[in-house]
Ligand binder design. Sequence first.
Ligand code: FPP
Length: 264
Amino acid sequence: MSAKSALPRHVAVVMDGNGRWAKQRSLPRLEGHRRGAAKARQIVEWAADCGIRQISLFAFSTENWSRPKIEVRGLMSLLATLLPREIAAMQQKGVRVRVLGDITALPKKAQKAIEKACTETAANSHIDLVLCLNYGGQQEVMAGAKRMCRWAAEQEDVAAALDSIDVSRFRNFLWCDDLLPVDLLIRTGGEHRISNFFLWDAAYCELYFSHRYWPDFERDDFEAALADYAGRERRFGKTSEQLISEQSGEKCSDSFAVRGDDAL
Ligand code: FPP
């Protein structure tokens, strides 16, 4: 018997491979992104159908600004034109749109489309679609550290305030503080990297890499990722035996008590 994970509550996706998908077909890169945007729409539906609570899509990273201007402009214009067209379908599916990242740097038209999608879907509760735009995990952690320092500086005993921060309380200073922790991070396109996505939650999320280019990622591939996740044992530093006894409601015996050097 082993303690297995069931359905992830929060799935994050690095939608990689649009450019290579297009190149393979002698198409412009932007056509790959267009197909990628259509795939993004589909994965939200698949996730909603499965009962996943939150899906985060890495749509534009802080590093993506260094791509050719024409590609950046194309991505922004895709966002501004496609997002408003999806609102009716999202209302029907109960999708609430949220944003992670600093969207003030995006073109006004894209900002407006995002704000409209967030406002109009705010009351939906079936699934959250978290659009990660101008997002970077290092930037998020750094902003969190600054926010924590500002908070500590306002406390009477600054040193005691800082000492009171543990890993769980530090997460409250991050942009992702009101999101569920990421359970499963999927990356398509064959690369085995996190690329500055959800660095804090990457500490204990399960990673799944698919060789498929994002526009070719199909429902079967998504379900294979979920099945793979369901077979994982998420130990968070504990032993299998502890998890099993916790699941069966038994009290852990002293022989399984975690010592510092066991928590690896
Ligand atoms: C990575 O593929 C993909 C992106 C940088 C953008 C992802 C965007 C979408 C799926 C479209 C929806 C989002 C918006 C903003 C409209 P890549 O271009 O790095 O592919 P490659 O590694 O094959 O070159």
